[in-house]
Ligand binder design. Structure first.
Ligand code: ZN
Ligand code: FE
Ligand code: FE
Ligand code: ZN
Length: 275
């Protein structure tokens, strides 16, 4: 199994040394751990949300050095990039400087509002929940259309604090699945929602089942911000994936997908490049 969504203390709001995340992954018998800390945001370090541009080379070096120190586990170099319309060329330029295995594109902002930030919670009271959902899914589609990202992160993060739309989302979800499929992005099953007020994996079973029908590939991520979170609740994530009809997950190497059987503990059963 793989954990592709792992932060480091460089972002300012995670704890523990990178080596401890790797040790935890080995202890949990994961086949791969992928670091995916927050890419520096345009405009610099704000509110301890991301590392700085100066820190990015150190982050990359540390992943490379851990890769040498721990040959018993595959260690991937990923990054989680915030998608905000207008920052495409900024992201593109940074990505070009490093050999990432994969890039997670995440929507955390609607306009300038960090809708998933606990300190921005009161803004929800000023908004119409249905409209927030609509805007969120529009941004998800936009993020996939940039073709900058391999994986779309926590693709129903908007539910984090438990706000629910008053109407069904089937049009939004179908439109989004269509765009994901066209742009060949994978989605992640992200267990961090279980540690948040909503107490649900991202995305929901309903979304996962729909995306499975569209053939959208999956990866697994804990969104660990502490070593103890690595691989957390993956039993639940795997069983959700199976219930939704998934038989495979994918891994990334130098931004190319490889599919593996969901059932085999060690991913040796199937090794089919799918891009
Ligand atoms: Zn974070
Ligand atoms: Fe995120
Ligand atoms: Fe994250
Ligand atoms: Zn995240």
């Amino acid at each position: 199994m793989i954990d592709y969504h792992v932060h480091t203390k460089l972002c300012g709001h995670a704890t523990g040394e990178m080596v401890d995340y790797v040790k935890e992954a080995i202890r949990g018998e994961l086949d791969e751990i992928g670091f995916s800390d927050h890419l520096p945001m345009k405009g610099g370090k704000e509110d301890n949300l991301t590392m700085t541009l100066d820190e990015l080379p150190n982050y990359v070096d540390e992943v490379m050095s851990l890769r040498k120190s721990f040959p018993e586990i595959q260690i991937k170099l990923g990054i989680e990039a915030d998608y905000v319309p207008g920052n495409e060329s900024y992201i593109k330029e940074i990505l070009a400087g490093y050999s990432f295995d994969y890039v997670i594109g995440s929507v955390h902002y609607i306009g300038t509002w960090a809708f998933d930030h606990p300190r921005k919670l009161e803004e929800w009271d000023k908004r119409e929940v249905d409209l927030v959902y609509k805007e969120y899914f529009e941004l998800l589609r936009k993020s996939a259309r940039t073709s900058l990202f391999d994986i779309i992160g926590h693709c129903d993060l908007v539910k984090k604090f438990g706000h629910r739309p008053s109407t069904g989302l089937s049009k939004e979800l179908n439109d989004t699945a269509q765009v994901f499929k066209e742009h060949k992005v994978a989605l992640e099953i992200n267990t961090s929602g279980l540690r948040k007020p909503v107490n649900e994996i991202y995305p929901s079973f309903e979304i996962l089942r729909l995306y499975q029908k569209y053939g959208i590939p999956i990866v697994f991520g804990s969104d660990a911000h502490a070593p103890g979170d690595v691989g957390r609740d993956f039993d639940k994530a795997i069983s959700l994936a199976k219930q939704a009809g998934y038989k495979e997950f994918v891994t990334f190497e130098s931004r190319k997908k490889v599919a593996y059987k969901l059932d085999s503990k060690s991913p040796e059963g199937l090794n089919v490049p799918i891009t």
